[in-house]
Each structure stands twice: as C-alpha cells, then as structure tokens.
Design a protein around this ligand. Structure first.
Ligand code: SAM
Length: 221
C-alpha cells in the first residue's frame, strides 16, 4: 500500500544519504526501549532541520517538545561547539530519557532540557530577557501551536526561522467542520502565520515513514 511505499522510499533515502548515523540510531532505539512513543522526527526530517540551521547560520535553537531528545541531538550536532539548544518538555520521564540520550550522544553541554509546560518555560525565558533564538522548532501539544508561535515571536529576531511540525493531521487540516483539537490548532496556527505582520510563511505536505503529514515554515520579518 501507499504507506509502506512511502516508508520504503524513506529507507532508501536513509541509506543513500546516510541520514541516521550510529549516534542518532542509538537515541531512537533508547527512546523506544524506554517505552516512549515513536513520534520523533524521521531521520530525513532531522537532516532537513539540521541543514536549515546551517543555512541560516543558527547558533541558538529553541524547541517545544523534547520527547527522548532525537531532534535536540540532531540540532545540537548541527550547531557545533558554541551552539545552544533549549528544549521544553512537560513529561518528567521523557525529560529524564532525553537527558540520558543527550549525554550518550556527547552533547549534554549544548542542550538545556527545561521541564514543565512549554508555555510557562517560554514565558520564563521572555521574562529573563533571553538572547533571541535563530530557529524555533514547535513540536509539542498541537492545540497550543498558536500560543507557541506568539511566544516564539517574543524570543526571536528579524531573520529567525520558525518551523511548526505536524500541521497536516493526515489531511484533517483541510476539514473546516473538524472539532479535533489537533486539527483546530493546525488550522488556527496556519491562519495566524498567514495573517501575521511579522511573518512570511508557507506550509509543505510530506509523506514518508511517518505517514502523511507536513510542516509550516516561517521567517520573522
Ligand atoms: N521533537 C521531538 C523529536 O522529534 O525528537 C518529538 C517531540 S514529541 C512529538 C512531543 C513532546 O511534547 C512529547 O514528549 C510531549 O510529552 C511533549 N509535550 C506535550 N505537551 C507539552 C507541553 N504542554 N509542554 C511541553 N512539552 C509538552
């Protein structure tokens, strides 16, 4: 079927492009072994985000939603020695698994896992006058996406990049009658991105090992 063909193509990309090295594979496997859900980004998506960081010369990355630290590991490695990743996680067990994974991946000094509701952690950074982030990856609870974009705007500068993951919801985003909170969050965040005076944005659908989904990409004016 379609889904397995998409997964086969991702597997070929992985092999041809060497997307997942041993370090990332170990993070993925340790996350699964700890019984966390397998909802981290695919290897191809992680590489895309890492390339994006390098293309914009990012030094500081902010992430909403850590899980086991797969994307955080990839970000940390893309940024290099003087880079910094701050990532928000509400589930203490996820944060614990992530910290162990970051340690094993050799990047614990470059990543700060802030435990607690992402909106509160973000407000804390705003209140403390945190230096702006160059790239923000929003990948936590989907209904809060509009709120997270508003917070991200207070933690970025002109030229910063904001990526909002999983906005397609297997096509649900096009359903104006949906009462699914994830779909509503996606529809609302896309409308916010489209109408915001400080953002230029697009959204792209993706297929692959993770099924049919997509992400929104925005640049702060
Ligand atoms: N970015 C990760 C990766 O690709 O490796 C995957 C993140 S996973 C899709 C979403 C994570 O967000 C989960 O670990 C979940 O516990 C966390 N989360 C959910 N609601 C949250 C909230 N209100 N604040 C912070 N984290 C939250």
């Amino acid at each position: 079927d379609r889904d397995s063909r998409w997964a086969e193509v991702d597997a070929f990309f992985d092999e041809a492009l060497g997307l997942e090295d041993e370090v990332l594979r170990e993070v993925r496997e340790a996350t699964a072994a700890a019984d966390l859900p397998g909802i981290e980004v695919s290897a191809a998506q992680a590489r895309f985000l890492a390339l994006l960081c390098r293309m914009v010369g990012a030094r500081r990355v902010l992430e909403f939603g850590t899980l086991g630290g797969y994307s955080a590991t990839s970000f940390a490695r893309a940024l290099g020695d003087d880079g910094e990743v701050v990532t928000f996680e509400i589930d203490p067990r996820h944060a614990e698994v992530a910290r162990a994974n970051l340690e094993r991946a050799g990047v614990p000094d470059r990543v700060t896992v802030l435990m607690g509701p992402a909106a509160e952690s973000a407000q804390g950074l705003i209140d403390s006058g945190a230096e702006p982030f160059d790239l923000v990856f929003i990948d936590a609870d989907k209904p809060s996406n509009p709120r997270y974009v508003e917070l991200a705007l207070q933690l970025t500068r002109p030229g910063s990049v904001i990526v909002v993951d999983n906005v397609v919801r297997r096509g649900g985003v096009a359903d104006s009658d949906s009462d699914d909170p994830g779909v509503l969050g996606s529809r609302e965040v896309l409308q916010l991105l489209g109408g915001h005076p400080r953002l230029d944005a697009t959204a792209l659908q993706t297929v692959g090992a993770k099924g049919w989904d997509g992400f929104a990409l925005a640049r702060v004016r």
